[in-house]
Design a binder for this molecule. Structure first.
Ligand SMILES: NC(=O)c1ccc[n+]([C@@H]2O[C@H](COP(=O)([O-])OP(=O)(O)OC[C@H]3O[C@@H](n4cnc5c(N)ncnc54)[C@H](OP(=O)(O)O)[C@@H]3O)[C@@H](O)[C@H]2O)c1
Length: 317
């Protein structure tokens, strides 16, 4: 049997990288093997991957030398950064720069960079439709990833730029699930107007990335986008109502109200929704559903995701 190609998976203990590691490990005849990168090789998530056959390797994105060692001998690498751990675009940029440089020096033949749009290409800093945040960003957690796209291009590593979508899992873990609305009933609230929000089951991002790796050179040098479905707030609320057996309605909060909600990152997320709403034709077209399903035929719809996860969605008493 031919030797299996090593995929170094950054974020292997998290949603995106974890999904990819599990997709690789579930397909032992697929020609790939997963190297799970983490700062916590003895942690529960890393041990679960090791049990399934992953090689676990310690590394820290803030320590570029550790990354070079972790990429050594890898044929491919999945690269993701976690903005929400530190809320610093500069740190995210430094981590992405280290990823591109480590991939280049290890001779990695295919990088998938999990990215998002640099919204400043649509809304320049001088445009006051959205406030400028942290001095030089419109949507910091998007803009830093988009700005980092160039690091991989400049490093000259064969790269697929993977535009991801809103995780439906945010309704479980990110405090975006149904809350008591005015009048007492349940409601979801975000500023999408009547536009469609591309969404995806977080686990499916890794499975789509696996589809890209399997097709290899076909997608190097390309930007591709994925989503499970494009749904309006009202359509998602109807999905919740059906799955939960109680009425959930959608409230279209104005972006400026969302930005002022006061939780960490509210301003960033309010502008993120505004960007998705105001450039909706572009944003949806960049995340083609047929393409996503071709990469991963088991791609979940929102209804499927809700059926599997409704018991985990925290609801107000
Ligand atoms: N929520 C959404 O709707 C959404 C949609 C699109 C994109 N995103 C983006 O997704 C990113 C987060 O990805 P995720 O959801 O897969 O993350 P996650 O589930 O929160 O897990 C974070 C992962 O990153 C790893 N990590 C973080 N800092 C690290 C460091 N310094 N060195 C090594 N590993 C590090 C963690 O590994 P260890 O802790 O094991 O070291 C863990 O595996 C964010 O940047 C966010 O902007 C989110």
């Amino acid at each position: 049997m031919a030797e299996r190609r090593i995929v170094a998976v950054v974020g292997s203990t998290g949603a995106q990288g974890g999904g990819l590691a599990r997709a690789i490990l579930a397909d032992p005849n697929g020609g790939f093997t997963a190297r799970a990168l983490t700062r916590k090789p003895d942690g529960e998530a890393a041990r679960a991957l090791a049990q399934k056959g992953a090689q676990v390797v310690a590394c820290d994105l803030d320590q570029p030398e550790s990354l070079k060692r972790a990429f050594d001998g890898a044929d491919a690498a999945f690269c993701v950064t976690n903005y929400w751990e530190h809320f610093s675009p500069e740190r995210e940029l430094a981590q992405a720069r280290a990823l591109a440089s480590a991939a280049k020096s290890a001779g990695v033949r295919h990088v998938i960079w999990s990215t998002l749009e640099d919204t400043r290409q649509w809304v320049p800093l001088s445009d006051d439709r959205m406030p400028t945040l942290m001095g030089k960003y419109k949507v910091p957690h998007f803009d830093a990833k988009g700005e980092a796209d160039g690091f991989f291009r400049d490093a000259g590593v064969p790269t697929t730029w993977l535009l991801t979508s809103f995780y439906w899992d945010n309704f479980i873990y990110f405090g975006m699930g149904p809350q008591k609305g005015p009048g007492g009933g349940l409601a979801i609230a975000f500023p999408m107007g009547d536009k469609k929000l591309p969404g995806i089951a977080a686990e499916d991002i890794g499975a789509c990335a696996y589809g890209i790796l399997r097709r290899g050179a076909e997608y190097t040098g390309k930007t591709v986008g994925i989503a499970g479905e494009h749904l309006t707030g009202a359509e998602m609320a109807a999905g919740f109502s059906k799955a939960l057996g109680q009425d959930v309605r959608y409230i279209d909060l104005p972006p400026e109200v969302y930005r002022g909600l006061g939780f960490p990152g509210a301003d960033d997320l309010g502008s993120m929704f505004q960007f998705k709403r105001d450039f909706n034709d572009y944003f949806c077209a960049a995340r083609d559903l047929g393409f996503s399903r071709m990469l991963h035929p088991g791609l979940q719809t929102f209804e499927m995701w809700l059926a599997a996860n409704k018991g985990s969605i925290p609801l107000p008493a």
